[in-house]
Design a protein around this ligand. Structure first.
Ligand SMILES: Cc1ncc(COP(=O)(O)O)c(C=O)c1O
Length: 417
């Protein structure tokens, strides 16, 4: 590079996990022959959902002037007003949250919302004070890692590991080590969790709500896979929101990842700030996602489709993947995180003689992509062997791809023991 880079710029010249992952994903999905893509977070193509969206697109194209308006006019930085109204009505009708459209902002994907939110609550503060985002439970979403404009942006906690029957385990928040000091600006948690498929229980969320409320900091809940849409949750949970919660949703895992539509529900002051940040970063959120999802939200059908089609689809795929791994890894030292939601299985390969980073390279050479576990501990800087013993495997691709990929993974693990 012939130009000098700022400190901020230099960070992007280094290794960026999410960039590598998205590159791997993009090239895998367009390569010929395609590798077996068990690595990325691309949602499945579910024909029933795609047909509904196609019909809505046809409806827009058939209405004189509607398509032209859609592609030709910026929305406000807060996002499409009819969509905000429809979301407001749906959440009030279903959960009685008593929100108004001023409690919601759209962003260009929820990834963008985290950029805005994290930098609102952490970084440099008046009087040279610094604050951090606390991740109360790692492993946690890789996409948070480089979002902070400042370095040393996170403080993260190791989980308590609960061992369950049938080679399952579950991470739980270790409340014994969780105290929210003055240096914490907000807590964030993905639920269901990427990469583990964990669904932090209602009781754990309640405890976090109490702790954040008394510390006077917001609790950011990343609901990219959660209820009421796309509802990729196989356990029973109660969606919650109040003025101390910042709830982030997305249309991506409903099946519209390329339309980059994120939804933030928060107290009005926060929504005003997020909207202003959107105006600076990108003028306005895209309009196509809101337009294609509008009727689904107005009618509430988005909830029914999520529950009956999307949740069922992933529930079946998750079970198939677990059954296959349990059969093919039988007798080896391994455990699977209890699959409660999202698109992933999180495998703990105990006593593996190599790191999972090395396993990733070996599998890549055999045409299978996975993600090594160490990427998913943003802010957990202390050495911990467990970080190098886990992998994330996506089961969203076609059955044949997933099944062949899992067999190659299992074979490789067996050959290493
Ligand atoms: C937990 C989690 N949060 C947020 C996102 C960002 O999604 P998007 O920007 O497509 O809304 C993802 C994407 O994979 C995710 O897994």
């Amino acid at each position: 590079m012939q130009y000098k880079l700022s400190d901020f710029g230099k960070r992007f010249a280094g290794k960026i996990g999410i960039a590598e992952l998205m590159d791997d994903l993009g090239s895998a999905l367009s390569a010929d022959p395609a590798p077996l893509m068990l690595g990325g977070g691309n949602p499945a193509h579910i024909p029933e959902v795609q047909e509904i969206i196609r019909q809505r697109m046809v409806g827009i194209l058939d209405q004189p002037g509607e398509f032209e308006r859609l592609i030709g006019n910026y929305d406000t930085p807060q996002g499409s007003a009819p969509f905000l109204d429809a979301l407001t009505n749906m959440f009030n009708r279903e959960y009685g949250w008593g929100i108004s459209p001023e409690n919601i902002a759209l962003t260009n994907g929820s990834q963008n919302a985290f950029l805005s939110l994290f930098n609102l609550f952490a970084g440099r503060f008046e009087g040279s004070q610094r604050k951090q985002i606390m991740l109360p439970l790692t492993p946690e979403y890789i996409g948070y890692t480089e979002v902070g404009m400042e370095t040393d942006f996170f403080q993260s906690r190791k989980p308590h590991i609960e061992h369950l029957d049938n080679s399952f385990f579950k991470y739980r928040i270790d409340f014994d080590t969780l105290s929210i000091g003055n240096e914490v600006g907000a807590l964030c948690l993905s639920r269901p969790t990427n990469p583990t498929g964990n669904v932090v229980t209602d009781e754990e969320v309640e405890r976090l709500r109490t702790l954040t409320r008394s510390a006077g900091v917001p609790l950011i809940l990343d609901n990219a896979y959660g209820a009421p849409f796309p509802n990729i949750i196989q356990t029973e949970i109660t969606p919650v929101w109040d003025e101390n919660i910042v709830l982030c949703l997305s249309l991506s895992k409903f099946g519209l990842p390329t339309l980059r539509t994120g939804i933030v529900i928060a107290r009005k002051e926060i929504i005003r700030l997020v909207s202003r940040m959107t105006s600076v970063f990108s003028l306005a959120p895209g309009s196509l996602g809101p337009a294609l999802a509008l009727e689904l939200v107005r009618s509430g059908d988005i909830m029914q489709v999520s529950r009956e089609v999307i949740k069922t689809h992933y529930g079946k795929k998750s079970q198939q993947a677990v059954d296959q791994l349990q059969a093919e890894l039988d007798g080896l030292p391994y455990a699977i995180h209890k699959p409660e939601g999202a698109l992933f299985l999180w495998l703990w390969l105990k006593n593996l003689p190599i790191t999972t980073e090395e396993l990733y390279h070996r599998l890549k050479a055999k045409g299978v992509l996975i993600v090594p576990g160490h990427y998913f501990f943003p802010g957990l800087n202390e050495p911990w062997k467990h970080k190098d013993e886990c992998i994330r495997v996506t089961f969203a691709q076609d059955d044949e791809v997933v099944s062949r990929g899992l067999s190659i993974i299992a074979e490789e693990i067996r050959s290493l023991h």
